[in-house]
Design a protein. Structure first.
Length: 330
């Protein structure tokens, strides 16, 4: 059907070693009514030529030059060429399961507007995958199974950018990728969260996610870990911070200190607490660390948890059950 057209946005840069496989996975989709808007971010290899050759024989594929520099500018270039009813994202080094578009279109039509659909992911690599990737994959897929994406939105990016689909009308109502900050995929999720979008997941795989040494998320500074906390705190202040409730920060380790610096810099009042007796009573950045038990003396509060240890997090989750406003930044 004409109304089922999917616009797939795919920026790329120097991906000639993976592009053929990625494009094949798109060309083999069971849902055939799509357009691939491929944007070359100034590649120095043969990536653009490869896409250009395919576009000559496949009218659903179009090649464009990034009007700026970087992934965000490439996405802004891509969104200017959307002509479909649905919009989706793809990365040039990943693979799209054969029935992904069919399943996501069907689910979106069933639910209707104000919704973004995603699905499970599976990492793959020519080299052995580290435990970090396996844990992230398990966590993301658990969010899909339990439909609790926004409950953990401050932990990590809860919707992988190359795995979602939504109505084009909704996408442009949110201004698309305009005004986003890096990491742009995470910031886009915060935009959905702020605007009370529903999240739904197909029960099957939506993405085969390739890890390799040159992957953008591994190498570009805008995706480094230190960029995530400033974005999280900025969006928390904008969306969830309540002036009528005291704010408590739990955790005085590496992550707690990083977040405390941001809170102090923004002149936001807060109480800093820790369950580590060695930290309690210490002056860090001009704040005296209070015992964790102080939380229970202020029941009407907002609590940000910034603790790295999985064992400690399990214990904290059990203790924080009585508090309605707990946000996990880890």
């Amino acid at each position: 059907m004409k109304d089922d057209k999917v616009s797939i946005l795919m920026p790329f840069k120097n991906e000639e070693s993976h592009l053929s496989e990625t494009l094949s996975s798109i060309l083999q989709q069971s849902h055939e009514n799509w357009e691939l808007i491929a944007v070359d971010d100034h590649s120095s290899d043969q990536s653009a030529e490869l896409v250009g050759r395919i576009s000559e024989s496949e009218p659903r594929v179009s090649l464009h030059k990034n009007q700026g520099t970087g992934i965000l500018d490439a996405l802004l270039t891509a969104q200017d060429h959307i002509s479909g009813t649905f919009v989706s994202r793809m990365d040039a080094d990943d693979l799209m399961p054969q029935h992904r578009l069919t399943r996501q279109v069907d689910l979106l039509k069933q639910i209707g507007p104000d919704c973004i659909v995603t699905g499970k992911v599976e990492y793959f690599s020519e080299d052995p995958l580290g435990n970090g990737f396996k844990k992230y994959e398990k966590w993301l897929n658990g969010l899909c199974e339990e439909n609790r994406h926004f409950e953990e939105v401050y932990k990590e990016c809860v919707i992988p950018s190359p795995a979602w689909m939504m109505y084009v009308a909704d996408f442009f109502a949110l201004r698309g990728f305009k005004g986003l900050q890096y990491p742009e995929d995470y910031d886009f999720v915060f935009r959905l969260y702020k605007n009370n979008f529903k999240v739904a997941s197909i029960p099957q795989l939506a993405l085969l996610w390739r890890d390799h040494p040159k992957r953008a998320s591994r190498n570009l500074p805008q995706y480094a870990e230190q960029t995530f906390f400033p974005l999280k705190w900025r969006r928390f202040r904008e969306i969830d911070l309540r002036e009528d409730k005291p704010l408590l920060l739990l955790g005085a380790g590496k992550k707690g200190k990083a977040l405390a610096k941001l809170i102090i810099r923004s002149n936001t009042p807060f109480t800093w607490v820790s369950g580590n007796e060695k930290k309690q009573g210490k002056d860090i950045y001009g704040k005296i660390i209070a015992p964790e038990e102080q939380i229970f003396q202020i029941p009407e509060c907002q609590i940000i948890v910034a603790v790295s240890s999985p064992e400690m997090l399990t214990k904290i989750r059990a203790r924080m059950g009585k508090f309605p406003d707990v946000y996990y930044f880890c």
